[in-house]
Design a protein around this ligand. Structure first.
Ligand code: UDP
Ligand code: MG
Length: 313
Protein backbone atom coordinates (compact mmCIF):
# COMPACT_ATOMS: atom_id res chain seq x y z
CA UNK A 1 0.00 0.00 0.00
CA UNK A 2 1.30 3.47 -0.88
CA UNK A 3 -0.17 5.70 1.80
CA UNK A 4 -1.89 5.47 5.18
CA UNK A 5 -3.61 8.61 6.38
CA UNK A 6 -3.94 8.62 10.15
CA UNK A 7 -6.54 11.00 11.58
CA UNK A 8 -7.15 11.28 15.34
CA UNK A 9 -10.38 13.03 16.15
CA UNK A 10 -12.68 14.02 18.92
CA UNK A 11 -16.14 15.41 18.26
CA UNK A 12 -15.63 16.33 14.62
CA UNK A 13 -18.81 14.87 13.08
CA UNK A 14 -19.40 17.78 10.66
CA UNK A 15 -15.92 17.70 9.13
CA UNK A 16 -15.48 13.97 8.53
CA UNK A 17 -17.47 13.40 5.31
CA UNK A 18 -15.92 16.43 3.63
CA UNK A 19 -12.43 15.41 4.73
CA UNK A 20 -12.82 11.80 3.59
CA UNK A 21 -14.10 12.95 0.19
CA UNK A 22 -11.27 15.38 -0.27
CA UNK A 23 -8.58 12.84 0.63
CA UNK A 24 -10.13 10.20 -1.65
CA UNK A 25 -10.22 12.70 -4.49
CA UNK A 26 -6.50 13.46 -4.11
CA UNK A 27 -5.59 9.77 -3.85
CA UNK A 28 -7.59 8.79 -6.90
CA UNK A 29 -6.15 11.63 -8.96
CA UNK A 30 -2.66 10.22 -8.30
CA UNK A 31 -3.60 6.56 -8.48
CA UNK A 32 -2.31 5.82 -5.00
CA UNK A 33 -3.39 2.74 -3.10
CA UNK A 34 -4.34 4.05 0.32
CA UNK A 35 -6.25 3.74 3.56
CA UNK A 36 -7.75 6.40 5.78
CA UNK A 37 -7.64 5.42 9.44
CA UNK A 38 -9.94 7.46 11.66
CA UNK A 39 -9.26 7.12 15.36
CA UNK A 40 -12.27 8.23 17.35
CA UNK A 41 -10.82 9.45 20.61
CA UNK A 42 -13.90 9.08 22.79
CA UNK A 43 -16.19 11.42 20.88
CA UNK A 44 -19.51 12.21 22.48
CA UNK A 45 -21.15 13.41 19.27
CA UNK A 46 -22.03 11.32 16.22
CA UNK A 47 -18.47 11.01 14.91
CA UNK A 48 -18.36 7.21 15.22
CA UNK A 49 -21.66 6.75 13.42
CA UNK A 50 -20.37 8.98 10.64
CA UNK A 51 -17.21 6.89 10.38
CA UNK A 52 -19.24 3.66 10.19
CA UNK A 53 -21.37 5.21 7.49
CA UNK A 54 -18.32 6.31 5.49
CA UNK A 55 -16.77 2.89 5.90
CA UNK A 56 -19.87 1.17 4.55
CA UNK A 57 -19.52 3.17 1.35
CA UNK A 58 -15.75 3.02 0.93
CA UNK A 59 -13.50 0.10 1.89
CA UNK A 60 -10.42 2.34 2.00
CA UNK A 61 -11.79 3.90 5.17
CA UNK A 62 -11.07 2.24 8.50
CA UNK A 63 -12.01 3.17 12.02
CA UNK A 64 -10.67 2.64 15.51
CA UNK A 65 -12.79 3.67 18.47
CA UNK A 66 -11.52 4.45 21.95
CA UNK A 67 -13.96 3.72 24.74
CA UNK A 68 -13.11 7.05 26.31
CA UNK A 69 -10.95 10.07 25.60
CA UNK A 70 -7.25 9.20 25.75
CA UNK A 71 -5.80 12.20 23.92
CA UNK A 72 -4.39 12.93 20.50
CA UNK A 73 -1.09 11.16 21.23
CA UNK A 74 -2.80 7.86 22.01
CA UNK A 75 -4.82 8.26 18.82
CA UNK A 76 -1.71 8.75 16.72
CA UNK A 77 -0.01 5.83 18.43
CA UNK A 78 -2.82 3.41 17.64
CA UNK A 79 -2.99 4.76 14.10
CA UNK A 80 0.73 4.10 13.64
CA UNK A 81 0.35 0.53 14.92
CA UNK A 82 -2.49 -0.11 12.46
CA UNK A 83 -0.99 1.66 9.43
CA UNK A 84 0.06 -0.49 6.49
CA UNK A 85 1.27 2.10 3.99
CA UNK A 86 4.85 2.82 2.88
CA UNK A 87 4.29 6.44 3.87
CA UNK A 88 2.18 7.41 6.85
CA UNK A 89 0.53 10.83 6.78
CA UNK A 90 -1.04 12.30 9.90
CA UNK A 91 -3.51 15.12 9.78
CA UNK A 92 -6.12 16.81 11.94
CA UNK A 93 -9.77 16.05 11.33
CA UNK A 94 -10.99 19.64 11.43
CA UNK A 95 -10.20 20.51 7.79
CA UNK A 96 -7.43 22.89 8.90
CA UNK A 97 -4.85 20.72 7.13
CA UNK A 98 -5.00 20.48 3.36
CA UNK A 99 -5.05 17.00 1.75
CA UNK A 100 -3.66 18.48 -1.49
CA UNK A 101 -0.26 18.52 0.25
CA UNK A 102 -0.15 14.71 0.48
CA UNK A 103 1.48 13.88 -2.90
CA UNK A 104 4.36 16.31 -2.36
CA UNK A 105 4.91 15.09 1.21
CA UNK A 106 5.08 11.53 -0.10
CA UNK A 107 7.57 12.58 -2.77
CA UNK A 108 9.81 14.18 -0.17
CA UNK A 109 9.90 10.92 1.79
CA UNK A 110 10.34 8.49 -1.09
CA UNK A 111 12.45 10.49 -3.53
CA UNK A 112 14.31 13.01 -1.39
CA UNK A 113 14.90 10.41 1.31
CA UNK A 114 13.48 12.23 4.32
CA UNK A 115 12.51 10.09 7.31
CA UNK A 116 9.97 12.61 8.51
CA UNK A 117 8.57 15.76 6.94
CA UNK A 118 6.65 18.19 9.09
CA UNK A 119 4.19 20.72 7.76
CA UNK A 120 4.93 24.37 8.44
CA UNK A 121 1.88 26.60 8.78
CA UNK A 122 3.75 29.68 7.65
CA UNK A 123 0.54 31.64 7.34
CA UNK A 124 -1.75 30.54 10.16
CA UNK A 125 -5.45 30.98 10.56
CA UNK A 126 -5.73 30.73 14.31
CA UNK A 127 -6.32 33.13 17.14
CA UNK A 128 -3.20 35.36 17.30
CA UNK A 129 -3.10 35.99 21.02
CA UNK A 130 -3.66 32.53 22.43
CA UNK A 131 -1.90 30.53 19.74
CA UNK A 132 0.39 32.27 17.31
CA UNK A 133 2.52 34.26 19.74
CA UNK A 134 3.04 31.56 22.40
CA UNK A 135 3.76 29.04 19.67
CA UNK A 136 6.68 31.15 18.36
CA UNK A 137 8.25 30.97 21.78
CA UNK A 138 7.44 27.29 22.13
CA UNK A 139 8.94 26.41 18.74
CA UNK A 140 12.12 28.35 19.49
CA UNK A 141 12.56 26.48 22.80
CA UNK A 142 11.99 23.11 21.17
CA UNK A 143 14.44 23.94 18.36
CA UNK A 144 17.05 24.95 20.85
CA UNK A 145 16.61 21.94 23.16
CA UNK A 146 16.24 19.24 20.54
CA UNK A 147 18.62 20.59 17.92
CA UNK A 148 16.01 19.95 15.24
CA UNK A 149 15.58 22.90 12.92
CA UNK A 150 11.83 23.00 12.41
CA UNK A 151 9.63 26.10 12.47
CA UNK A 152 6.38 24.41 13.43
CA UNK A 153 6.61 21.31 15.62
CA UNK A 154 2.92 21.28 16.47
CA UNK A 155 1.62 21.01 12.90
CA UNK A 156 -0.85 18.12 12.67
CA UNK A 157 0.10 17.46 9.07
CA UNK A 158 3.24 15.33 8.96
CA UNK A 159 4.59 12.52 6.83
CA UNK A 160 6.59 9.57 8.13
CA UNK A 161 8.52 6.82 6.43
CA UNK A 162 6.89 3.55 7.44
CA UNK A 163 9.78 2.45 9.71
CA UNK A 164 9.69 5.73 11.58
CA UNK A 165 5.98 5.52 12.32
CA UNK A 166 6.41 1.93 13.47
CA UNK A 167 9.32 2.60 15.77
CA UNK A 168 8.18 5.64 17.74
CA UNK A 169 5.83 5.37 20.67
CA UNK A 170 3.66 8.44 21.13
CA UNK A 171 2.26 8.68 24.65
CA UNK A 172 1.19 11.33 27.16
CA UNK A 173 1.06 14.60 25.25
CA UNK A 174 4.03 13.80 23.04
CA UNK A 175 2.20 14.30 19.74
CA UNK A 176 3.89 17.69 19.44
CA UNK A 177 7.31 16.12 19.66
CA UNK A 178 7.22 13.24 17.20
CA UNK A 179 10.26 14.72 15.37
CA UNK A 180 12.18 14.57 18.66
CA UNK A 181 11.04 10.97 19.22
CA UNK A 182 12.13 10.10 15.68
CA UNK A 183 15.51 11.70 16.25
CA UNK A 184 16.03 9.71 19.46
CA UNK A 185 15.18 6.55 17.51
CA UNK A 186 17.98 7.36 15.09
CA UNK A 187 15.98 8.86 12.23
CA UNK A 188 17.75 12.12 11.67
CA UNK A 189 16.74 13.23 8.21
CA UNK A 190 13.90 15.50 9.25
CA UNK A 191 12.58 18.17 6.93
CA UNK A 192 9.70 20.55 6.58
CA UNK A 193 7.37 21.80 3.91
CA UNK A 194 5.36 25.00 3.93
CA UNK A 195 1.71 23.97 3.90
CA UNK A 196 -1.49 25.90 3.43
CA UNK A 197 -3.64 26.18 6.49
CA UNK A 198 -7.32 26.96 6.84
CA UNK A 199 -9.40 28.38 9.63
CA UNK A 200 -11.39 25.77 11.53
CA UNK A 201 -14.62 25.31 9.63
CA UNK A 202 -16.78 23.42 12.14
CA UNK A 203 -16.67 22.78 15.88
CA UNK A 204 -14.11 24.24 18.22
CA UNK A 205 -10.47 23.76 19.21
CA UNK A 206 -9.88 20.96 21.71
CA UNK A 207 -6.72 22.35 23.25
CA UNK A 208 -6.81 25.47 25.39
CA UNK A 209 -4.04 27.49 26.92
CA UNK A 210 -3.01 24.38 28.90
CA UNK A 211 -0.94 23.28 25.91
CA UNK A 212 1.65 25.90 26.83
CA UNK A 213 2.00 24.58 30.35
CA UNK A 214 2.03 20.86 29.55
CA UNK A 215 4.07 21.25 26.37
CA UNK A 216 7.31 22.45 27.98
CA UNK A 217 7.01 19.84 30.75
CA UNK A 218 6.65 17.11 28.14
CA UNK A 219 9.65 18.46 26.29
CA UNK A 220 11.72 18.40 29.50
CA UNK A 221 10.80 14.77 30.19
CA UNK A 222 11.32 13.70 26.60
CA UNK A 223 14.80 15.22 26.60
CA UNK A 224 15.61 13.61 29.93
CA UNK A 225 14.30 10.16 29.03
CA UNK A 226 16.00 10.28 25.64
CA UNK A 227 19.33 11.16 27.13
CA UNK A 228 19.40 9.39 30.48
CA UNK A 229 16.54 6.87 30.23
CA UNK A 230 18.94 3.96 30.03
CA UNK A 231 21.60 5.37 32.33
CA UNK A 232 19.91 7.39 35.08
CA UNK A 233 22.94 7.13 37.35
CA UNK A 234 24.94 9.34 35.02
CA UNK A 235 22.50 12.12 35.73
CA UNK A 236 21.62 11.61 39.39
CA UNK A 237 25.08 10.35 40.34
CA UNK A 238 26.87 13.40 38.98
CA UNK A 239 24.46 15.84 40.57
CA UNK A 240 24.43 13.84 43.82
CA UNK A 241 28.23 13.76 44.00
CA UNK A 242 28.44 17.51 43.50
CA UNK A 243 25.98 18.20 46.32
CA UNK A 244 27.55 15.61 48.59
CA UNK A 245 31.09 16.87 48.09
CA UNK A 246 29.97 20.44 48.65
CA UNK A 247 28.26 19.41 51.91
CA UNK A 248 31.16 17.33 53.16
CA UNK A 249 33.72 20.01 52.22
CA UNK A 250 31.77 22.63 54.10
CA UNK A 251 31.38 20.32 57.12
CA UNK A 252 35.11 19.62 57.26
CA UNK A 253 35.80 23.33 57.10
CA UNK A 254 33.35 24.00 59.95
CA UNK A 255 34.86 21.20 62.09
CA UNK A 256 38.38 22.53 61.59
CA UNK A 257 37.15 25.99 62.51
CA UNK A 258 35.59 24.63 65.68
CA UNK A 259 38.82 22.82 66.64
CA UNK A 260 40.89 25.95 66.13
CA UNK A 261 38.43 28.14 67.99
CA UNK A 262 36.39 25.98 70.44
CA UNK A 263 34.54 29.00 71.81
CA UNK A 264 32.83 29.80 68.49
CA UNK A 265 29.27 28.61 67.89
CA UNK A 266 28.37 26.79 64.69
CA UNK A 267 24.64 26.48 64.79
CA UNK A 268 23.86 30.14 64.38
CA UNK A 269 25.66 30.34 61.02
CA UNK A 270 24.08 29.73 57.59
CA UNK A 271 27.08 27.59 56.59
CA UNK A 272 26.08 24.95 59.13
CA UNK A 273 22.59 24.51 57.67
CA UNK A 274 23.84 24.65 54.11
CA UNK A 275 26.36 21.89 54.91
CA UNK A 276 23.60 19.74 56.42
CA UNK A 277 21.08 20.14 53.64
CA UNK A 278 23.49 19.76 50.72
CA UNK A 279 24.86 16.53 52.21
CA UNK A 280 21.36 15.14 52.58
CA UNK A 281 20.28 16.27 49.10
CA UNK A 282 23.45 14.68 47.66
CA UNK A 283 22.68 11.32 49.29
CA UNK A 284 19.05 11.52 48.14
CA UNK A 285 20.07 12.16 44.54
CA UNK A 286 22.49 9.27 44.65
CA UNK A 287 19.81 6.94 45.96
CA UNK A 288 17.42 8.17 43.23
CA UNK A 289 20.11 7.19 40.75
CA UNK A 290 20.27 3.65 42.15
CA UNK A 291 16.51 3.31 42.08
CA UNK A 292 16.47 4.64 38.52
CA UNK A 293 19.05 2.00 37.54
CA UNK A 294 17.03 -0.76 39.18
CA UNK A 295 13.95 0.31 37.29
CA UNK A 296 15.64 0.67 33.93
CA UNK A 297 17.56 -2.63 34.28
CA UNK A 298 14.37 -4.54 35.01
CA UNK A 299 12.14 -2.75 32.51
CA UNK A 300 10.77 -4.82 29.66
CA UNK A 301 12.40 -3.79 26.42
CA UNK A 302 15.66 -2.77 28.13
CA UNK A 303 17.53 -4.49 25.34
CA UNK A 304 15.29 -3.45 22.49
CA UNK A 305 17.42 -1.84 19.86
CA UNK A 306 16.16 -0.64 16.56
CA UNK A 307 17.86 -2.84 14.03
CA UNK A 308 16.99 -2.41 10.42
CA UNK A 309 19.52 -4.58 8.69
CA UNK A 310 21.28 -7.71 9.80
CA UNK A 311 23.43 -9.80 7.53
CA UNK A 312 25.45 -12.98 7.90
CA UNK A 313 23.02 -14.93 10.04
N1 UDP B 1 -8.07 15.56 19.11
C1 UDP B 1 -8.11 14.25 19.58
N2 UDP B 1 -8.21 14.04 20.92
C2 UDP B 1 -8.28 15.05 21.84
C3 UDP B 1 -8.21 16.38 21.36
C4 UDP B 1 -8.11 16.60 20.01
O1 UDP B 1 -8.04 13.31 18.80
O2 UDP B 1 -8.37 14.79 23.04
C5 UDP B 1 -7.96 15.83 17.67
C6 UDP B 1 -8.95 16.84 17.13
O3 UDP B 1 -10.21 16.26 16.89
C7 UDP B 1 -8.27 17.28 15.86
C8 UDP B 1 -6.80 17.27 16.27
O4 UDP B 1 -6.71 16.40 17.40
O5 UDP B 1 -8.48 16.37 14.81
C9 UDP B 1 -6.27 18.65 16.59
O6 UDP B 1 -7.10 19.26 17.55
P1 UDP B 1 -7.56 20.79 17.45
O7 UDP B 1 -7.95 21.12 16.06
O8 UDP B 1 -8.56 21.02 18.52
O9 UDP B 1 -6.21 21.53 17.84
P2 UDP B 1 -5.70 22.94 17.31
O10 UDP B 1 -5.89 23.00 15.83
O11 UDP B 1 -6.54 23.93 18.04
O12 UDP B 1 -4.25 22.97 17.71
MG1 MG C 1 -7.33 22.42 14.62
Amino acid sequence: MDISVVIPLRDEEESLPELADWISRVMKAHNFSYEIIFIDDGSTDNSWRVIEELRSRDANIKGIKFQRNYGKSAGLNEGFRAAGGDVVITMDADLQDNPDEIPELRRLILEDGFDLVSGWKKKRYDNTLTKNIPSKFYNATTRWMSGIKLHDFNCGLKAYRRNVAKSIEVYGEMHRYTPVLAKWSGYKKIGEKVVTHQARKYGKSKFGISRFINGPLDLASIMFVGKYGKRPMHFFGLLGSLFFLLGIGLSVYLIIKKIIDPASTLTDKPGFYIALTTTIIGVQLFLSGFIGELISRNAPGRNSYLIEKKTGF
